[in-house]
Design a protein. Structure first.
Length: 348
């Protein structure tokens, strides 16, 4: 069946199976760190198993979310600062899950590149594992795709998939009513939305990624790659304490587009822009691009990464609980009986 000649191999075509196996071996300890109640199998199988009963659920409803990192990934690749984008990937998925009232259970990732660089891929996936640890989710599987000719040298793409659960009948939003108090949780920067505009603003500024950051220590690129804040454990603690009617993850579209998504038809919100100070990164972007406040509020999180609508009688107690969980909490305003967003004060 063979004349002793190997002929053309898969490696000759640009796919290195050995490199893929080496990556799996390297990331196994990181994935093991994420094991939680319900985890049934490790990496390497054709599928990943999870036991809902072992996780403590009796009548569960599953909730799924998928997302990516967007063009923030371009900055990470260009600067070589790869360690935080895995946290971003997890956060963009699990912060959405918790808005439905769900606890994240497990996570899977998709990493695609033209030629696999084991070290770079491992740094990204180790970041994914860190995000899973912080949010209580198990990293139980994923796919590393090496596709020659599909990506320029050094480039890669990421996608994430999270599955969570809740007991039947506990889904959110539920019970939102006029007069509910809106609590805002501070963001850790730009998070993972609006980076096409961010990159344009950096171009307009004339600065390079390695230039000194205008508003913080370190380089501009490193500052803009600050990972997305994970709100999962804090938000779930507030939900379990009672009185939380809705949560809104403030991603692309800002407060203007995301908060109305969790409000009943015909209701709106009144927000005081004086309730918090616009973080320095957003001040720099607004000044650099001459961006109007309304545009900032519908493009970026502007310093508020998650909003909770809570029963007015429970607002102070929930705010204190969240502070104890490490959050900076702003009393943003209230739910109103009139559709639409209303802003008072100045974004500054």
């Amino acid at each position: 069946m063979s004349d002793g000649k190997n002929g053309i191999t898969y490696a000759d075509a640009g796919v290195d199976i050995d490199a893929g196996n080496a990556l799996v071996d390297r990331i196994k300890p990181a994935a093991k760190r994420t094991n939680r109640a319900g985890t049934m199998s490790g990496l390497g199988g054709f599928g990943a198993l999870f036991d809902l009963k072992a996780a403590g659920y009796t009548d569960p409803v599953l909730v799924a979310a998928t997302d990516g990192v967007g063009t923030k990934l371009r900055i990470a690749i260009d600067t070589g600062h790869l360690d935080g984008v895995g946290i971003d990937l997890v956060a963009m998925c699990v912060n959405d899950l918790v808005c439905q009232g769900a606890e994240p259970l497990f996570f899977l990732d998709y990493f695609a590149t033209g030629k696999l660089d084991t070290d770079s891929a491992a740094r990204v996936i180790e970041g994914i594992a860190e995000g899973c640890v912080r949010s209580g989710a198990a990293l139980i599987g994923g796919e590393t795709a090496e596709m020659p000719g599909m990506y320029p040298a050094g480039d890669f793409d990421l996608a994430g998939f999270a599955v969570g659960a809740m007991e039947r009948g506990s889904d959110l939003p539920a019970g939102v009513t006029e007069g509910d108090v809106l609590l805002g949780l501070s963001s850790d920067g730009v998070h993972s939305n609006g980076y096409s505009l961010v990159r344009k603003l950096v171009e307009v500024s004339g600065l390079g990624w390695e230039a000194d950051c205008p508003w913080a220590e370190g380089s501009l690129g490193a500052a803009l790659l600050t990972p997305t804040r994970l709100y999962v454990k804090q938000a779930l603690a507030a939900v379990r304490a009672g009185g939380v009617h809705a949560l809104a993850h403030i991603t692309g579209g800002g407060l203007t587009e995301n908060l109305p998504r969790v409000l009943p038809e015909g209701m709106g919100a009144e927000i005081s822009l004086d309730a918090w100070e616009l973080p320095a990164v957003f001040k720099w972007m607004a000044e650099t691009g001459g961006i109007a406040p309304a545009e900032m509020l519908k493009t970026f999180n502007c310093g508020v990464g998650m909003v909770l609508a809570v029963d007015a009688s429970r607002a102070e107690a929930i705010a204190e609980l969240l502070r104890d969980e490490g959050e900076t909490v702003y009393m943003l305003g209230t739910v109103t009986g009139t559709a639409g967003m209303s802003y008072e004060g100045t974004l500054s």
